[in-house]
Ligand binder design. Structure first.
Ligand SMILES: [Zn+2]
Length: 181
């Protein structure tokens, strides 16, 4: 189906029965396309588009060096904000709940909000600075719980729930955002 959008023009929407959340991509001709779970309503698709407008705009190809410079500057600013915030927030929750990690890394990955490696390095995506604080905290608590459970077992989720009783809702809401910056 084709969605007509005032800003992005024709958006190609593909319904995918295997997709768990809404994802967008930019095709080689610069057109925006979205892959959505089969049951997604038009309302949900439009809401996703509206919430991610700024991020999508950033990803669309630019020919103009001025726009590119503005984009680079914005990314640098985000990186700085992330550096001044995420490691401290992580440390705060680690202390509060008695976790020990080795170090905190900031990442720019396009697909992951965070990760926790077996050598206890926690990576947090700088794009977290663009999502509401409760969702940011959920990601931090999720990665901290991986220090004790390196999987997504029931025991893992039980630990996440202990520190974030609304983790299910937060996890679902996070799918409305894209980590790429
Ligand atoms: Zn995980």
């Amino acid at each position: 189906m084709i969605l007509k959008d005032n800003e992005f023009g024709e958006v190609v929407v593909r319904k995918n029965p295997f997709s768990k959340g809404i994802k967008f991509s930019i095709s080689t001709d610069g057109r925006l396309s979205m892959s959505v779970p089969s049951h997604s309503s038009d309302f949900l698709i439009k809401r996703f588009l509206n919430r991610n407008r700024a991020i999508i705009r950033e990803k669309l190809p630019v020919n103009d060096p001025k726009t590119q410079r503005a984009r680079d500057a914005k990314k640098k600013l985000l990186q700085k904000r992330a550096k001044d915030y995420l490691p401290y927030r992580l440390e705060y929750y680690a202390k509060l709940y008695g976790y020990k990690y080795e170090r905190c890394r900031l990442s720019h990955a396009n697909t992951r909000w965070g990760s926790c490696s077996s050598n206890q390095t926690i990576s947090l995506n700088i794009g977290l600075m663009n999502v509401p604080e409760v969702l940011r905290d959920y990601v931090i608590l999720h990665e901290l719980a991986h220090l004790n459970h390196m999987d997504h077992s029931n025991a893992f989720w039980a630990e996440v729930r202990e520190h974030d009783p609304k983790y299910r809702e937060h996890r679902r809401r996070l799918k409305m955002f894209s980590p790429g910056v």
